[in-house]
Design a protein around this ligand. Structure first.
Ligand code: ADP
Length: 237
């Protein structure tokens, strides 16, 4: 199955090249940047901090707020900076995909604010946003039961493929973003746009799990490298 090649030369089960960085913004409590192929996303996290307005705070738990936004320069045709219905929906589903992993009961009456800024969009921006946001939460020192990792799968040209580009997303018969806590093997997001048979669904889901686990390993390596570098700098002083 791995022999069929896509427009960008990838096999159907091959991810795009991925680069991740953390701790890149001084003013945020946590931050991360991801490049997945030509998709580029920056995430800033603030909190846990006092909720404003205060009546939004909950006595037993922290709340999570998320803003997913595509920069006006992130697409070929200038996108209006005003939030679209799609951005409102993606803000909600990204928040839900991440909130499941955060130990919210440790920080009652506070808020954790997540800003997902798409700098360049070429398919899979919600998934790249979730993967980077999970790293930014870890960078902010916010306790989680597991990292959250996301990747889209889909059906393109009759084949189940992983990590769709913008072009593949436009042409595909079905598109299915999945977010997973890779160590606990718990799904925190699954959406399906289009139609799949039950066999295709299972094939796509298994491919998404495999992809999320691979991306999870990259997340862990990114965190490890970052903290080892800090440790070396501290010992050098
Ligand atoms: P995702 O980015 O999570 O895959 P969609 O499936 O809604 O979300 O979008 C697929 C791709 O379509 C995006 O990654 C982007 O490349 C493109 N796209 C989405 N919205 C716009 C827009 N308003 N203008 C131009 N391109 C867009």
């Amino acid at each position: 199955m791995s022999e069929i090649v896509r427009r960008d030369g990838r096999k159907i089960d091959e991810l795009r090249p991925i680069t991740m960085k953390i701790g890149i913004l001084d003013k945020a409590d946590g931050s991360a940047y991801i490049e997945q192929g030509n998709t580029k996303v920056l995430v800033a996290v603030y909190g846990p901090r006092e909720v404003h307005p205060r009546h939004l705070g909950l006595p037993e738990t922290a709340i999570v707020r998320c803003r997913y936004h595509m920069a006006p320069f992130s697409t070929r045709e200038r996108k209006s900076p005003m939030p679209t219905r799609r951005e409102v929906e993606l803000s909600k589903i990204i928040k839900e995909a991440l909130a499941n992993a955060i130990m919210l009961n440790l920080y009652p009456r506070t808020t954790i604010d997540i800003f997902v800024e798409v700098l360049q969009a070429d398919g899979g921006t919600r998934c790249a946003g979730i993967t980077a946001a999970s790293l930014a939460l870890a960078d902010a020192g916010i306790p989680m039961v597991d990292l959250v990792t996301a990747c889209a799968v889909g059906k393109w040209n009759g084949k189940i493929i992983v990590d769709l580009t913008g072009e593949e997303d436009e042409e595909c018969e079905a598109d299915m973003p999945v977010a997973l806590m890779p160590n606990l093997e718990k799904v925190t997001l699954i959406q399906l746009n289009g139609r799949l048979t039950s066999d295709e669904f299972l094939e796509a889901f298994n491919l998404a799990v495999k992809a999320c686990k691979l991306i999870g390993e990259l997340q862990k390596a990114t965190l490890r490298n970052y903290y080892e570098k800090i440790k070396e700098e501290v010992y050098e002083q």
